[in-house]
Write a protein that binds this ligand. Structure first.
Ligand SMILES: [Zn+2]
Length: 239
């Protein structure tokens, strides 16, 4: 399970403006990664920070935070710990993808569910890879719109229920945005996600293709029954 949505977390009850601290119940956060988001020209927009919880009392093992520098802050080292208002309109590694999309080049864009997967794919396979940042099923039409002119998009689905939901959602977003290129959905040959696939030593061509017609069928119903959908297109039969 992933917990990308910082905003989706329940706030602790407030007491005199401060959260109530219960002894032994606070996770210790260790920063493990920083994902910098940029606009198509490479200008820095915001950073998403990934934390590992050690020790963890919340059972989520990880959490995320956003930082950015609003224009009213004068010093370049000043940051605010919040998500910028337009963050949901941007994709990870957009400055690398955009030149290829804008020129109409026939490059494949891999759209993973998280930044770690996108980074790993770019590093291991030297491909154009991206992700959204809000977690499973939370990608927006504005994010999908960046890829409308791409010639070929491969959606990398995490092999869990939220991942199935997310892949169907991204597939729909692309079609609704008017995407007319080649659209493929794949999953890891081993493990849950692209990073697992790579860590297990599999090649790029060894991702397992997920049947598109089954996905489309499942996508139309995914809101009503996630588990069912997952079984329908993540099952044994692959193209
Ligand atoms: Zn925790």
């Amino acid at each position: 399970m992933n917990n990308y949505t910082v905003s989706g977390r329940k706030a602790l009850p407030a007491s005199n403006g401060r959260p109530i601290r219960r002894t032994g119940q606070r996770c210790a956060k260790v920063k493990v990664a920083e994902y910098v988001y940029r606009d198509p020209r490479g200008r820095e927009l915001f950073t998403k920070i990934r934390y590992r919880h050690d020790p963890c009392w919340c059972n989520r093992d990880k959490s995320f935070a956003y930082t950015w520098r609003p224009a009213y802050l004068k010093n370049e080292w000043d940051l605010v710990f919040q998500k910028p208002p337009d963050a949901d309109g941007y994709l990870y590694r957009l400055d690398e993808l955009w030149p290829f999309i804008a020129r109409g080049q026939r490059e494949t864009i891999y759209w993973a569910e998280g930044e770690k997967d996108a980074d790993e794919m770019a590093r291991a396979y030297k491909v154009l890879a991206t992700s959204h940042h809000q977690g499973a099923g939370k990608a927006t039409p504005a994010q999908a719109a960046w890829l409308v002119r791409a010639k070929r998009v491969v959606i990398v689905a995490d092999l869990d229920d939220p991942g199935a939901y997310c892949a169907a959602h991204r597939h729909n977003l692309l079609l609704e945005a008017g995407f007319r290129g080649e659209l493929v959905i794949v999953r890891a040959a081993e493990g849950n996600d692209a990073a697992d696939h790579i860590a297990a030593g599999y090649r790029l061509g060894e991702f397992v293709e997920v049947d598109l017609s089954r996905l489309a069928e499942a996508a139309s119903r995914y809101k009503s029954n996630l588990t069912n959908n997952h079984a329908k297109y993540m099952g044994e039969s692959n193209v």
